[in-house]
Ligand binder design. Structure first.
Ligand code: AMP
Length: 327
């Protein structure tokens, strides 16, 4: 079944002379890794085709991976295949010009609540879209080519989206594809240094987060990063929102959340994470979605922080009462 879907996507790639690759806005390692990895594989495998990676935003944190393509004329979209990676819903596609493309092929691992696209290969249980692109390469390796650069992009997305291979979504295949990519000669020491070394100021912000974090009655850990805090540490919204990961290892806090006040609009971005407990359904009620244990939402007013926290608290309470073995 999935093999058939993959074959259709490969067929479509072969049919088109121009392929434009898209991803979600506010990109993470998987969005950037999968699109850059796929772009490289397609360029190597089909040198006669025009392959573009065109988006409308980027990530400072992943700047070390290099940029994407310069904008092209709108007319060029109409004859192209849009290949959308790692993007669960249409409204999250970074570059809205995907609509100008003739057809849409989609590869993704998000929960598929708002289906879109003409040819889709979606596997919600996969640890990353990068793993799917690695599998795509492996399945059609007789026709496709890979190199160290493409392997590095894909490996980065696999590492970051799986919490460094810690999440339950990691299975034997994940490690087998990771092994295949490592065989291309990835410089893991350089890659991990780029991903995880922090500036002095970032660590100071981290210690401030620990000072200011709170916990609800049943253990939901959270931090509200207001505009003042962002100004105090001179943070971009990307740097501010990265703080959700600082709350991930608190015993008994199986759910944790960061609320990031938007510097321009009245909105508050929510980043939700959990272990064992599903939180995506709560995110969906607040204009969001994502994965069972990593989701995001948007609040329209500060008072919604209280309501979402009480829903999360209730969920955690129920979970703790009805399950054993949680940590
Ligand atoms: P984030 O906290 O932004 O890293 O998001 C965690 C996961 O939830 C990612 O897979 C996102 O694609 C997804 N996500 C975040 N925000 C939203 C949203 N507003 N709607 C749907 N999915 C989201």
């Amino acid at each position: 079944m999935n093999r058939e879907k993959m074959e259709i996507i490969l067929q479509k790639i072969k049919e088109y002379n121009r392929i434009i690759i898209f991803r979600h806005f506010r990109p993470d390692g998987d969005a950037i890794g999968s699109t850059k990895g796929m772009r490289e594989i397609l360029k190597l495998s089909f040198p006669e085709k025009e392959i573009y990676l065109l988006n409308s935003d980027y990530s400072d944190y992943l700047e070390f991976l290099g940029g994407e393509d310069e904008p092209i004329a709108d007319e060029l979209y109409s004859e192209a295949l849009a290949l959308v990676l790692d993007t669960g819903s249409e409204n999250r596609i970074s570059n809205k010009k995907y609509k100008l493309c003739r057809e849409i092929a989609k590869i993704d691992h998000h929960i598929d609540h708002q289906p879109y696209g003409d040819y889709c290969w979606i596997e919600e249980e996969k640890s990353s879209t990068c793993e799917m692109v690695a599998e795509f390469y492996y399945t059609f390796r007789a026709e496709l080519k890979i190199n160290k650069e493409a392997a590095t992009y894909l490996y980065l997305g696999m590492v970051t989206d799986s919490g460094r291979f810690r999440f339950n979504s990691v299975d034997g295949d994940t490690m087998r594809y990771a092994g295949m990519l490592l065989d291309e000669g990835i410089e893991t020491d350089k890659l991990f240094a780029n991903l995880y070394i922090k500036d002095f100021e970032e660590l100071k912000f981290q210690s401030y987060v620990y000072k200011k974090m709170k916990v609800t009655e049943n253990g939901v850990a959270y931090i509200f990063v207001d505009k003042a805090m962002q100004k105090k540490f001179d943070l971009t919204s990307e740097q501010a929102s990265a703080c959700v990961s600082h709350l991930e290892s608190i015993r008994g806090s199986l759910i944790w959340a960061a609320f990031i006040e938007n510097a321009e609009k009245k909105e508050i971005r929510v980043r939700l994470r959990s272990r064992f407990v599903t939180v995506s359904e709560v995110a969906e009620r607040y204009r969001g979605g994502g994965h069972a244990c990593a989701a995001g939402a948007t609040l329209l007013a500060k008072k919604e922080i209280k309501t979402i926290l009480s829903e999360l608290d209730e969920r955690l309470k129920n979970y703790k009462e009805n399950n054993e073995g949680w940590i």
